[in-house]
Ligand binder design. Structure first.
Ligand code: HSE
Length: 307
C-alpha cells in the first residue's frame, strides 16, 4: 500500500426549504493522509478542528467509515486500525452545520476504497455514505461537489441531480462558538406536518431551483423561506430570524440556517460579502457569543484523491 491522501469539502445542507434534499459543497476542506504502519504500530494524529476532542481510536467516524468499506468488500479481517498511520487536517468546525461528519465519512470511504484497489464505484461509495449518515444532503455534495438534489426512490436508493453553481456568488458563513449535535437539532422537529406548510416549502423549492437555473437571484430571499425545520430550530438558535433579516438588509440575496445549525449562511455578490458578514457577526457579538467567520465560494468538485 502506498500513501493515500483525500480532500473533502465542507457542505451546507437544506438551503432553507430543501430539508434533507438540497446541499451544496463549499470551499473549505478536511484532508486525510494514510500510510501503512510497520508492525501494527499505527499513529492517529489530528490537526486543526477537533484535535483535542475527537477520538483517536476505533470510535473515530473516519475509521468507522473505512471499516464499513472493508465490511462491504468482505475483507474486514484483513485490516485493523493499528495497521495505518492516519493524519487528519481539519478545517471544518465540528457540529456546526457545515458537514464535518460527512466530510470525515466521505474521506474514510474514499481512502479505504483506494487502499482496497478502487473496487467501489462513486455511486456505491455515496450509497454507503448515505447509509452511515441516515440523510443524504451533506454526504452527496461532499462526494459530488456542486449543488445537489438528492431524490429517494421507492426503496433506499437515491438518485442525484445538480443545480448550476452560481460562479460569482459568495457564501458568507457565520459560525457561533457553540456546538449543536445534529441529533439534538433533528429531535426537536415534528414527525408530521400540516399540508399548508408542505405546500409552502414545495413552492419555495421550485422558486429556488428557478433562481439557480436562470442565475437570477432576485427572488432568492423568498425562495429560502422554510416552514419545516427552521421555525422549530429557532428555539435552539434564538437569533436566527434576526440574522436572516439583517443579512438580507445588508444586501444578501438570501440567508438561512446551515444544515441543522448553528452556523448561518448568506448568499451574496462579492462586493456585499464583508458587509453581510459584519452584520451577521454583530448580532452574535451582542449576545456575547464568539463567532468564526468565513467568506467562501461554492466548490464544484467533491471528495478527491490527491496524488
Ligand atoms: N438535513 C439535515 C438536517 C442536515 O437539517 O437535519 C444535517 O446537517
Amino acid at each position: 500500500m502506498k500513501k493515500v491522501k483525500v480532500r473533502v469539502p465542507a457542505t451546507t445542507a437544506n438551503l432553507g426549504p430543501g430539508f434533507d434534499i438540497l446541499g451544496a459543497s463549499l470551499s473549505m476542506y478536511n484532508e486525510v493522509e494514510i500510510t501503512p504502519a510497520k508492525n501494527s504500530s499505527g499513529k492517529f494524529t489530528i490537526l486543526g478542528e477537533g484535535k483535542t476532542i475527537l477520538p483517536k481510536n476505533e470510535k473515530n467516524i473516519l475509521w468507522k467509515a473505512m471499516d464499513a468499506v472493508f465490511g462491504l468488500l468482505d475483507i474486514r479481517d484483513k485490516y485493523k486500525l493499528s495497521d495505518f498511520n492516519i493524519k487528519l487536517k481539519n478545517d471544518i468546525p465540528l457540529s456546526s452545520g457545515l458537514g464535518s461528519s460527512s466530510a470525515a465519512r466521505a474521506a474514510g470511504i474514499m481512502a479505504a476504497n483506494e487502499i482496497c484497489g478502487d473496487k467501489l464505484s462513486i455511486g456505491e461509495m455515496v450509497d454507503l455514505g448515505i447509509r452511515l449518515e441516515s440523510h443524504p444532503d451533506n454526504i452527496v455534495p461532499a462526494f459530488y461537489g456542486g449543488i445537489c438534489i438528492s431524490v429517494q426512490g421507492p426503496g433506499n436508493e437515491f438518485f442525484v441531480e445538480k443545480l448550476p453553481v452560481a460562479k460569482k456568488m459568495k457564501v458568507v458563513v457565520c459560525t457561533p462558538g457553540f456546538e449543536l449535535a445534529t441529533e439534538r437539532s433533528r429531535n426537536i422537529l415534528p414527525l408530521k406536518y400540516a399540508r399548508k406548510d408542505v405546500v409552502f416549502n414545495s413552492s419555495r423549492i421550485a422558486l429556488l431551483t428557478k433562481a439557480f437555473c436562470t442565475n437570477d437571484f432576485s427572488n432568492l430571499s423568498k425562495a429560502m423561506q422554510d416552514k419545516l425545520h427552521q421555525p422549530y430550530r429557532a428555539k435552539l438558535i434564538p437569533v436566527m430570524e434576526e440574522i436572516i433579516e439583517a443579512a438580507e438588509k445588508a444586501g444578501a440575496y438570501g440567508a438561512c440556517l446551515s444544515g441543522s445549525g448553528p452556523s448561518m449562511v448568506a448568499f451574496c455578490g462579492d462586493k456585499k460579502a464583508k458587509e453581510v458578514l459584519a452584520v451577521m457577526t454583530k448580532i452574535w457579538k451582542k449576545e456575547t457569543v464568539p463567532v468564526k467567520q468565513f467568506i467562501l465560494d461554492f466548490e464544484s468538485n467533491g471528495a478527491k484523491i490527491i496524488k
